[in-house]
Structure formats: C-alpha cells, structure tokens
Design a protein around this ligand. Structure first.
Ligand code: NG1
Ligand code: MG
Length: 513
C-alpha cells in the first residue's frame, strides 16, 4: 500500500477544515517562493494522532486503537539543482521559534545528530538519516540530491498528540520523494519512522507512526505489532447521538526528553522486566522470543510463550479473539498471584530471581536508554498492560458490532475509557492532577468517557462525548479549568486547547501544480 498523491485538500481534511487549511497551504507556498526564489515541487504531510484506547501497551506489542487528527506537519520541498554540492536548507513558518538551518549532506557516513540538544531540526535529520540507510540498502548509493524545505506544524508539541511522529513521518516521506522514489510504501515509511524516532532518544512503541502513516479519513486504526506491524481500519458506526471525540490540552508540558529517563523509558524497562520475571516465575522452558519491542523481549512475548507451553498452542498469534480475551483474564489473575509485592521489586530481588548479576541486569535492560530507579513496580505495570489489552479488544468489538441503541453504545465505550484512565492514574502512574481534573470536569458535564491520551504526565486528554453535550463540556473546562489556571489565556490559545477531532487521513503527497 503506497502513500497517495493528491492535488486536492479534500482528500486530506474534513470539509469544515478546508477554508482554514487552504489559507495555510497557500501562505506556505508563497513564503517558499519568497525564501528560495522558486516554487516548491511538492508538499509532504503527516498528521498527529489521538490514541482512543490502548495506552502504554504498544511497546509491549499489544494492539492499540488510535486515529489520525486534522492537525499535522507539512513540508514544502524543492530538489536542489543537481550540479551543486548536496546540502539541506530548512526553514519554518514559525521562524521566531524555529530558526532556519543549512547543512551539507556528508558524502559518506552518518548525518550528525546531537540528540542531547532540543534542536528542532533533529527530527528531520533522524528522518533524513533513516532514508539514507534505506536508499543505501535499496540502491547502493544514498542521498544524492539536496533539498530546499519550508515547514509548518499545527500539532501542539509535547501535547500527547504525537507531534514528534508527525515530523519524522513527514520528513522521511519528503526525503524519499525528493530523491526520486516514485512510490513510497506505507509499511516501509512507518517502519523507517519508528527506527528514526528511537534514534533521537525516546524508546517508543510504534503506535504514533502507524496512525500517522496508515490512517484513512473517517476511520479509526486497529494497529497490531505481532507477528509484525500491521493494521486494519475500523469505521465508526453511525449512531444517534453521534460519537464525538474531543481532545483537551492540559498545558502541562509532558516532554518525554525531560521526563523520559524518569518516566517513559522507565516504564519500558519495568514492563520488560515483568515479562522476564513472570517467565522465570512460571519456569517456562523456552527463552522469550526476540521481538520488535524496544528492549527485544516483551509482555506479549511472555503471553504467547506461556500459552504455547502451558496449553500446547502451536502459534498463539493465530488464537481467536474470544480465546485471546480469556487468556488475558487468566494472565491478570496469574500476575496478581505471582507478582504479589505492591511495594515493587528491588534490583537485588530481580537479579536473585533472574539469576543474573547487577552488571548483567544493567547491561541488558538499562544501558540502551539509561533509567535511574532502584525500585520496579512490576506487578502494577503488568496488571495495567494485560487489563488495557483486554479493554482494547472489548472496545473494538463494540465498534464492530454496535448495538442499535446509540446511548448504550456510548456508555459502554465510555466506561472502557474511564477504566483506562483509572488504570493509568492508579496503577500505571502516568497521569497528573491536571489531567485527572479535566476528566472529572468533563464527566460532570456529561462526557461518556474521559482519559489522558499519549504518554501522559501532562499533555492531552481525549473524551467521548455525545454531540449534544459537547458545548456543556467545553463550557465547564473554560470556566473551571482554563480561565482559572490561565487567566490571561488568549481566544487563540483557547481554540487550540479544545478540539473536536474527526478521524483524518494519514501521510499524503500533495503535487504542486
Ligand atoms: P506520545 O507521547 O503521545 O507521542 C508515546 C509513545 C507511544 C506510546 C504512548 C503511550 C513516542 C514517540 N510515542 O506517545 O509509542 O507508547 O506514549 O501509549 O514516545
Ligand atoms: Mg511524541
């Protein structure tokens, strides 16, 4: 499946966004001409995403259910004339915050990226680097052509709507097109973006990039990671009242580069350790399978190995949904029995059970992305992951076979989302008081389901609200949250804070005529 090319914004945005986006794209093309003295050849774009349900389980290789939003990252591009030394000139419409940069493309070796800097072009460089590896493999030679680029992003950064993935997916797509790739395969682009984003220091799963690349307008995405990255699109049932998803920013910046070592990357380590700990606790004979999770083994790998060994299942990835559901229920019970310590597990307890030295533990699990922690909440993280994976299955089944009664469907879907929020807050510990407050306020004004979305610790929340209750929810947030916490907030900022998100399309190439 390849990234589509279009000449109409109607293929990209929902109807009501067209006027504003037309203005935005026209000013991008005009500015491009002004800066580079020529018109752009094409515009590459990839959207942000909101994760509807399936939080902090993609790096454990369990299915998730995101959807692309309208907000996106767009890049106008012109290839540099061939006779010059290949260089990149990259500018941003928000030049005050993101100054223009120019750099040569080295004739060989890696494009240098200093991941310790908060340099806005790092995500572009990681995409550029990813493409040069891919083209080297495919063609033997790599990036030959330089590029003139002008960018514009509307995905709030650090806002849990995957601004970073939107930048990396658009960057990789733009470089591929500028280097003559007539067709760009979505799978290839997505995998390249996942690897590239990890290069800038966050040990992430693959949900964001999948949602940004694969999404089709009007549908949600059901993303699977095992046996390999794949997806199916899910239509939203037409119900009365209509299902409306609203995103609300907490404006607590959840910058994973700051919180990552303490939070995000620590969760990846805790889930990985829980997997190997459980495998040992159940005396599984076979090693956990090496998989695409950030540290090479995952709770999903434990899950499949456990049932293959204990119940003689040949290949657990082919198990029926009903069977998989009952497996998860069993794992929740087994975890509660076999990981009893609410207070967590020390390094000493973990190395004792795993029969390995501290150095080996550090080398294997804490060297790729250093985490500073002495205590690992294995029980809580495993209980959240298995419980959340179960909620995703139930959510998908509700969407695929909706009861005719819209109200009933809304409350069942909403209940699952509320359970996710409770689990993120109480046992995965990735919420924050502001997110909890936004969710409580929304529910009191009639939201069916309210939860944080993305990594958490700040950033964004997502709410399933019957369309006739959206105004009441917006109103209570404005009065009791935004006006109170940010008294001098502009109308503009308030508009960015709360967005009704319709499922948008994924990566796209726009041909400039
Ligand atoms: P955000 O923070 O929304 O980009 C992060 C991870 C996802 C996933 C979610 C939690 C990155 C790039 N993305 O999303 O893979 O793990 O947290 O579900 O870190
Ligand atoms: Mg991100």
């Amino acid at each position: 499946m390849e990234v589509p090319t279009t000449t109409s914004l109607r293929d990209i945005y929902p109807e009501d966004a067209i006027p504003m986006e037309t203005k935005r794209w026209e000013s991008l093309l005009a500015k491009f001409k002004e800066i580079y003295g020529k018109s752009a050849d094409f515009i590459a774009r990839s959207p942000g995403r909101v994760n509807i349900i399936g939080e902090h389980i993609d790096y454990s290789l369990y299915e998730v259910l995101p959807m692309a939003i309208t907000a996106d990252f767009i890049m106008a591009v012109a290839a540099q004339p061939v006779n010059e030394k290949p260089r990149i000139r990259i500018a941003n419409m928000l030049s005050s915050k993101f100054p223009s940069r120019e750099f040569e493309i080295p004739a060989e070796g890696e494009i240098p990226i200093d991941a310790s800097q908060h340099e806005w072009t790092n995500y572009f460089k990681s995409g550029l680097r990813g493409v040069s590896h891919l083209l080297e493999k495919k063609r033997g030679g790599f990036i030959s052509l330089g590029m003139d680029i002008l960018c514009d992003g509307t995905v709030p950064s650090g806002g849990g709507l995957s601004s970073s993935a939107a930048v990396v997916c658009t960057s990789a797509l733009a470089v591929l097109k500028a280097n003559g790739e007539a067709k760009v395969d979505k799978q290839e682009l997505c995998e390249l973006a996942i690897v590239s984003e990890r290069a800038v220091g966050v040990n992430s799963g693959g949900m964001d990039q999948a949602a940004s690349v694969f999404s089709l307008r009007g549908t949600a995405l059901y993303v699977t990671f095992k046996p390999n990255l794949n997806f199916t699109t899910i239509d939203f049932p037409q119900t009365d009242p209509e299902l409306t998803f609203v995103t609300a920013q907490s404006f607590v910046t959840a910058d994973k580069h700051v919180t990552a070592p303490v939070c995000y990357n620590l969760r990846v380590v805790e889930c990985t350790l829980a997997a190997v700990f459980l495998a040992k606790a159940f005396g599984l004979k076979r090693e956990l399978p090496k998989d695409s999770s950030p540290l090479g083994v995952s709770l999903r790998g434990f899950h499949d190995t456990y049932f293959e060994e204990k119940e003689g299942i040949a290949d657990n990835t082919k198990t029926s949904v009903a069977e998989f559901e009952s497996q998860l229920q069993k794992l929740i019970q087994l975890t509660a029995d076999y990981l009893p310590q609410e207070k967590g597990y020390s390094r000493g307890e973990i190395t004792a059970l795993l029969g390995m030295s501290e150095e080996e533990l550090n080398q294997r699990f804490m060297s790729k992305f250093p985490v500073r922690a002495e205590n690992f909440m294995l029980r809580q993280r495993a209980l959240h992951v298995f419980g959340e994976a179960l909620r995703v299955i139930k959510f998908r089944q509700l969407l695929s076979s909706p009861s005719e009664n819209g109200k009933e469907l809304l409350s069942s879907l909403g209940e699952l989302m509320n359970d996710t929020q409770a689990s993120c807050r109480d046992i995965y510990d990735c919420s924050c008081p502001e997110l909890d407050e936004l969710c409580d306020l929304a529910r009191s004004a009639g939201s069916s389901g309210s939860r944080l979305t993305g990594a958490g610790w700040g950033g964004c929340s997502v709410h399933l609200v019957a369309n006739d209750k959206v105004d009441a929810v917006k109103k209570i947030w404005e009065e009791k949250y935004y006006r109170k916490k940010f008294p001098d907030m502009t109308e503009e900022k308030l508009k960015e804070a709360v967005v009704v998100s319709k499922p948008g399309s994924g990566s796209m190439i726009f041909k400039v005529l």
